[in-house]
Write a protein that binds this ligand. Structure first.
Ligand SMILES: C[S@@+](CC[C@H](N)C(=O)[O-])C[C@H]1O[C@@H](n2cnc3c(N)ncnc32)[C@H](O)[C@@H]1O
Length: 278
């Protein structure tokens, strides 16, 4: 992806995905006992910074990290006004931070997606001070989030051969179960792990505006991006059918479920059994 495409992607994410993921932030903050003035926060795979900016607004000292330099550029810009808040390119599987350096370590819809999600989770625990908290989130069904299920349904009827996304990774597949999520957090050294469901609501514009906006809404999704302009036009009636009657008063609305898991870091990882290979 060239530079212009990367910053287009950041802009798109901030405008369309962040309003969804941000709906989990207040739950995440409550589950770690609150984020307030002086709390040291590490945000792993922070994206453009939905959680990081909320933590900064609460007065926390935030280190926001992401593998994408374009995301980090946007993070730096948004965190600029806040004292003691910085952004840095970092791989979630190999965090360049000291052991136990943070009161609260978050990775919203982040570590679960990493190729080595187990290592990402271990790194999250390593960065959390004993008695501090770690918190991650994931979708119960990534294909059911925001405007995605409408496209999935429209493609199924019009172009059944088109695969919208590559298959889900192992972390996303395993951790969509609250029980497995809880076990995974426990296995890396968090205790009293709680998992909460958060209902995340996407409300689109009117039906007509939604169909007209299809290239912007879906242009970054590989299956849609590969369609020719003529095929996209062929898809429009199926999108209209899939979108109608989803919300009250003719609006387009999708409700999905996120899982937010948080626990307190124990001083030392207990040895013995290692569930899930963690
Ligand atoms: C689904 S977004 C989540 C963004 C944000 N946490 C949120 O809740 O909106 C996943 C992010 O993971 C980042 N990412 C992908 N691989 C990564 C890695 N190995 N280490 C750190 N971040 C990574 C991507 O650049 C992207 O910003």
């Amino acid at each position: 992806m060239d530079e212009a495409m990367q910053s287009g992607m950041v802009e798109f994410y901030e405008a369309t995905a962040e309003p969804l993921t941000r709906q989990c932030v207040s739950t995440a903050f409550a589950m770690v006992g609150g984020v307030r003035s002086g709390t040291s926060v590490l945000d792993v795979a922070a994206g453009p910074g939905g959680l990081s900016v909320a933590a900064a607004e609460a007065g926390a000292r935030v280190r926001a990290t992401d593998l994408s330099p374009a995301m980090v550029a946007r993070l730096s810009q948004r965190l600029g006004p806040y004292a003691n808040c910085t952004a840095q390119v970092m791989d979630g599987q190999a965090l360049d931070v000291q052991d136990g350096a943070f009161d609260a370590v978050f990775s919203m819809f982040g570590v679960v997606n990493l190729p080595d999600w187990r290592q990402g989770l271990r790194e999250l625990a390593r960065a959390t001070r004993a008695g501090g908290h770690g918190c991650i989130s994931t979708w119960t069904d990534p294909r059911g989030v925001g405007p995605v299920p409408i496209l999935v349904e429209a493609l199924r009827t019009t172009f059944p051969e088109v695969a919208l996304f590559p298959p889900d990774g192992e972390g996303v597949t395993l951790l969509r179960s609250p029980a497995v999520l809880q076990t995974a957090m426990g296995a890396v050294g968090f205790e009293d792990v709680e998992v909460r469901e958060v209902e995340v609501i996407w409300t689109g514009p009117s039906l007509e505006a939604f169909v007209a906006d299809r290239d912007r809404l879906y242009g970054f999704m590989p299956g849609y991006a590969a369609l020719t302009p003529a095929d996209r036009d062929r898809l429009a009636p199926a999108l209209r059918r899939a979108a109608q009657n989803r919300g009250p008063d003719g609006s387009v609305r999708v409700v999905s479920t996120a899982l937010v898991a948080a626990g307190r870091r124990v001083p030392l990882c207990a040895g013995g059994d290692s569930p899930l290979g963690l």
